[in-house]
Ligand binder design. Sequence first.
Ligand code: SAM
Length: 203
Amino acid sequence: MARIGNFETRELPVAVGTRTFRLRCPRSIEELHDAEPSAVPYWADLWPSSLVLAEELAGRSLAGVRVVELGCGLGLGAIVAAQSGADALATDHDRDAVAFARDNGRRVLGRRLATMRADFADLPEALVELAPFDLVIAADVLYADGSAASLADALRALLRPGGEALVAYPWSGQADGLVAGLGWPATEREERQARLLTLRRPG
Ligand SMILES: C[S@@+](CC[C@H](N)C(=O)[O-])C[C@H]1O[C@@H](n2cnc3c(N)ncnc32)[C@H](O)[C@@H]1O
């Protein structure tokens, strides 16, 4: 069985568009939770929002587009963006998530996926220095107190004027603070078990 870091893993086939992406995830989320009950391993699962985001990215031609994913978890968003031609960077504040995204990227793409450990509430200088990005993507990262305000600040720091952010999230109203805080043109559509918000930074 393949290991990633200290984790036993299992294969997680994910159908996106016409393709199946064979990611790896920890063998058992229950085991992780039992080992460290205080730390909920949200990163270790694939959430419905990421599937809606991935479908959107798979339908685009992203050749030459600079993309950063915030809160990438297992890395699906950045991987699909890279598959669609983007120059993609996967980031998460959790060290283990970054290790899985990196491994999944290499496994699925057959080449290196750029990754970085980064808290979008406290952006590392190394990430800010890589800005501006053309497209910022995030799936299901708006669940913690203050995360909408932090994400708004991160988008201001990372996105170029005229650039786009795609933010997928599960619960109605969860992105209201983000939209209000930025005041940028926004559209939204609901699909399956998630909502996909598109924000355009004024040029
Ligand atoms: C619910 S999971 C979603 C994972 C993946 N995007 C998906 O939709 O399958 C939330 C992810 O966001 C990450 N995250 C939460 N807050 C973050 C922050 N402030 N900075 C960076 N990553 C964060 C978590 O570590 C986790 O990987």
